[in-house]
Structure formats: C-alpha cells, structure tokens
Design a protein around this ligand. Sequence first.
Ligand code: AMP
Ligand code: ZN
Length: 473
Amino acid sequence: MTLALYNTLSRRVEPFAPLAPPRVTLYTCGPTVWNYAHIGNFRTFLFEDLLRRYLAYSGYDVFHIMNLTDVDDRTIKAAAAAGKRLDEHTAPFVQAFFEDRDYLRIQPAHAYPRATASIPAMVRLIERLLERGVAYKGEDGSVYFAIAKFPTYGRLSRLDTRELKVGARVASDEYAKDDPRDFALWKKAEPADEQVGAAWDAPFGRGRPGWHLECSAMSLEQIGKCCRTETLDIHAGGVDLIFPHHEDEIAQSEAATGQAFARYWLHGEFLNVRGTKMSKRFGNFLTARDLREQGVDAAAIRLLFWQTHYRKALDFTDEALAGAGAGVKRLGEFRERLLGERGKGKGEGTLSELAAKFAADFRAALDDDLNAPRACAALFALVHDGNAALDAGAPGAAVALGVLDRAMDVLDALPTAKRLDPELRRWIEDRTAARDKARKAKDFKEADRIRAELASRGVEIEDTPTGTKWRLV
Ligand code: AMP
Ligand code: ZN
C-alpha cells in the first residue's frame, strides 16, 4: 500500500508520488491576520498538519510553506477602523496565530512568508505577466490578468466560462477591464490604502497586490529558494479557496512560468455550526483562545477533527467536543498502563500482536486519502483489546507502547498533562540506547555520563532484568 490522495484537479483519489522524492514541497494558504483565526480556520490548518505529519511518517522529507496574508481588503479595512497603520494592526494577530498554532500542536511550517515582506517578488511576477502579454494595465490604473489569454482557466473549479462572466458582472469595477472576468493583480493605491501604509511603488504604478497574486508570488519565491523548482508537489486550503483563489493562483503562476504550478490540490471541508459555515461574518465562531480559556485540552480538538474525514463537513457541538475529550482521557490512561507494564515479557505475546495489527490498520487507513476516522477506530480498538489483554496479564506492553507513540507522532492526541514532547522522547530513546551500548561494551564511565546527561533533563533511569526503564521526574 502507498499513500493515495484526492486531487481536486482530477476529482479522483490518485497515488501520491512527489517530483523529487523523498522531498515534498507543500504550500498551504495561511491566515489573513486582520483578526484572530477561528476554529473553522484551524480545522483547515489541522487537516494540513495531519497531511504534513503523515507525509513525514511515510518517510518523506516535507518542506512546508505557509503564507501570512497581512495586506488585503480585510486587513486594510480593519486597520483603518482601528485607526492604526497596517503593520501595527496585524502584528498582534500574527503573534496570536503562532500562539494558537502551538496550543493546537500544529507543527510550525519551515517558512512563513509575509505578503508585505514579499512585495518585490510580487512586482517581478506582474512584470513577467505584462511581458508575456497576459496582463494589462486597466483604465483605472490597476493591473489585470487577461483570462482570455489563458485557455485552461477554470480547469480546477470546472466552472463554465459563461457562468463566470455572468457572476463577475456584479463587480463594481468591471468597466475598467477588457473583460469582466479579469481579476486584479495590482490595485491602484487609493487614499484609504495610503492612510494605513498599504501602498508600494512599482514600475506599473503605485498600489498594492491582489490577494491571489500574493500566494503565487510567495509560493514561487519560496520553492525557488528552497528547492529550485517552479512546481509545488502539494497545494492545500479550505474548499472555499478553490474558486476564485486557487484558480487565479494557477492562472498567474502557470502563465508566468510555463510550468505546472501544483501537482496535487487538496481541499478541506468546512467546520459548521448547525449546518452553517463557521465564519466571522455570520458571528457563529469560536476562537482557539476561547477554548483554551475554557480549559479545553487541545488533544480533544485534534481528536474531534480526526474523527471526521477532512473532505466531509463537520458540525461543531459542545457534546462532540466533550466526547472527544473522553476519548483522549481513555487514550492517556491506556498509555499509562502500557508504561507501567513495559518491563513484562520480551515483546512477544498478545499485546505485540494487537499492536502489529493496529500499525497495519493505521497505515492502511491514512494511506487511503488520510482516512483519519478509520485510523481512530483502529486506535480505539487497540485501546479496548489492549486493556483486556492487560487485564489478563499479557506481555508485550513495550512493543504496544512504541507503536502507540509512533501513531501519536501523526495524531498527537494524548492528554496535555501526559504528553511527552516528541522531540524529547526521541532524544531520550537515543540516549538510553547509547547508554545500553556503552554498558554492553563495559564502558561504565560513558554509561554514567549519559545517565547524568539524562538526569539533567529530568529523566530518571532504572536498569531491570528486562532492560532499561525511564521516567520523567
Ligand atoms: P482566511 O484567514 O479567511 O484567509 O482563511 C484561512 C483558511 O481557513 C482558508 O484555508 C479557508 O479556506 C479556511 N476556512 C475558513 N472558514 C472555514 C471553516 N468554517 N471551516 C474550515 N475552514 C475554513
Ligand atoms: Zn493562497
């Protein structure tokens, strides 16, 4: 079995193969930092965290880029309303986003390009499009993308071009464009933009970037720097970004580079509240900090989201969150039991068989377009059957513990109090193995040195007839 992912571009589940394995380049559209992100936004970011972690679990070396949209219509409007300059207004929300990310245990991206810090790349991209004749300066001083010059426009969203035309007629600025379907790459600076400091000089006039352009420029700049390519392996976001955002990103990027922009397009479904999309606009939202202040364990939010497939809408309710919280608790208790019984037996026995079955089911589920609900079902089957095996005094807890912890590298859903930072765990395992080796070689001086090294980070070890045990004190 290998990983297969649903590609919005083909509307099919396809085997996943990156361009230059083991490297995978992943770009995910980041938050618009006009305000706090809500947990609907974080459902998308958590789906992307699952994807990223499972790619790593599968042996890939992921380079993950997430942009921060710190200039667009919403950020400018919010800054003006607050009577602040743009950067002054967005800075605390960027900070809050990183705090919420850490609370939710989302692995940090390798690069967080900011739109306002990437203006030169955006200007260069527009110049490339102007040179190629797929962009033009409109009568209103803005620069537009000429959709008629890009015949494959609409391939991702499969929208009929006629439908697009009708939809776009409502745009107030349609008369400045050659074709009402065209979208702005660069918007001429207005007094309101100048007032908050959201305007930059460019050869084609003073103005600010369009939101779609920002993502094209930032992703191309970052993958160029890190990996010398103009094609992403995976581009992801929420379903509401398919059109027009991702469609426009494809048009701008491919028209400029002549290369495929992204090979796999992944889209996560909405988090809803009573059937309606969670949104600032509808006022039906909860932020991550609301939940943190209520004392909600981030593991419960993670497990709640994993229990629904990322391509299915999920309705948020307090009961569902409480149910996930109970699941997290059971998981933590099971791990505690395994920890306590770890010294028993030599790895054979019922628990190691259950663990092997779970490891296979877990992988098969996630290989199948990240079927996390099935992976969770396998996990709770392990908890159930594993507890029964422990009641019967079965050996093999150490093997089960290892398999469980590996799965947690992906799901990361153990109670916060019980959770060991994965980095620390890897370090402890590495150090105890090195100490075992030293002891076997009768290098007791080295073994004592490693013991002291472990103790300095609060790890106590005990040598038992069945091997070395460790615990955090
Ligand atoms: P924004 O900060 O508005 O640019 O949105 C950031 C991300 O959140 C985008 O990928 C959106 O698709 C996603 N998003 C917005 N609302 C929801 C929702 N209710 N459920 C899931 N994802 C959402
Ligand atoms: Zn984007």
